[in-house]
Write a protein that binds this ligand. Sequence first.
Ligand code: ATP
Ligand code: FE
Length: 352
Amino acid sequence: TTILGLESSCDDTAAAVLQITDGAASVLSSVVADQAALHAAFGGVVPEIAARAHAEKLDICAREALLQAGTGLHQLNAVAVTAGPGLIGGVMSGVMFAKGLAAGAELPLVGVNHLAGHALTPRLTDGLAFPYLMLLVSGGHCQFLLVEGFDNFTRLGGTIDDAPGEAFDKVARLLALPQPGGPAVEAEAAQGDPARFRFPRPLMDRPGCDMSFSGLKTAVLRARDEVMQGGKLRASDRADLCAGFQAAMTDVLVKKSARALDKVAGEGITALAVAGGVAANTPIRAGLETICTDRGLRFVAPPLALCTDNAAMIAWAGYERFKAGLRDDMTLAARPRWPLDQTSPAMLGSGK
Ligand code: ATP
Ligand code: FE
C-alpha cells in the first residue's frame, strides 16, 4: 500500500509518501517546508499568512514528495490529509487540495486528526502494539493519552494553560535567547546550577494528571528582574535561570507521567511513548526513561523529524484508517477544533 500524506494545520507545509509492505512501513519521502521566516517578524504564527503560504506550497511539496519517492500518482492507493484540529485557513487549504487531488486522480480520500497522527507515530517508527500511554509535548499541546486503537484515545489529563514548548519559547524571549526557545534554553541550562532558583511546581500535589506552566514563566520573569543590574543579565545568572526552569519543567512532566503510568497500570500497557518537539529535551527524556525502566516498561521516542509536525505521521494514521476500510468523500470537513476522543469524520458519515 502506498499513501500520500498532507499536513498544513499549523506553520509547516508537509507532504510524504509512505509505503507499507507486509505490515512493514517505510517512509519513501517526507518533505517539510517551514514558515518560520514568514512569521518571525510578528513574534508568532499569523493565521492569514500561514493559510496563504500553505495554499502556495502544498502542490510544490506534494510534487517534491512524489519525486523524491519515485512514485507517480497512479501508484498511490490513497491520499491522507489533516482535517483538524488547527488554524482553519491552513486546514482548509490542505483539505481542498487533497479533495482535488483525490478526485482528479480517482484516489480514495482519508481525513486524519493531526493529534492522532502524533499519537500513532510510535507504531510507524517502532511497531508499537496497542495499548500504550502517549505523552504529547509540543509547542501547542500537552496531554496524556491512553491509546487503545487507531480511533480509540482516552485523555487522562494535560496542561490547563501553556504548553511546555510555549513555556520554553517564552522563557527564551525573557532571557533574550533565540527562537525556537527549547534548544537554546537547554544549552544554557547545561552550563547552569539547577538548585540556585527553586521555581514552583504547580498542581504537583493535586491528584490527577493535569499540569500548569504559565506560573512557572512568570516566576522566571520575577527572578530575572531581581538579578538584573542596570538592565543587564550576567551570563551565569541566565544559565542558572535556564537550569532552574528546566529542572522544574522536568520535575512536573516526569512526576505527572509516573502518575499517569500508575493510573493505567491495569490496562496492559507495555510502553510510554512521546511525541512533540519538547521530547527532544535530553533531561526530560532521561527522566521519562527512568520511570519506564523502574516499571519494566519500554520508553519509545521516535526520531525528532517524526516527533515534530510532518506528513509521514499523517500518511501512517491515514493508512490505519484505510486498512480498516474507512474512507471520506467530498463532504470531508476542515475542523478547527477536534478533540481526539470524538468520532472521526468518516464515522460521522458526512463530516457535518
Ligand atoms: P504543535 O505541533 O503542537 O502544533 P509546534 O509545531 O509548535 O506545535 P513542535 O514542532 O512539535 O510543536 O515543537 C516545537 C516546540 O518544541 C517549540 O516550542 C520548541 O521550543 C520545543 N523544543 C524543541 N527542542 C526542544 C528542546 N531541546 N527542549 C525543549 N523544548 C524544545
Ligand atoms: Fe503537531
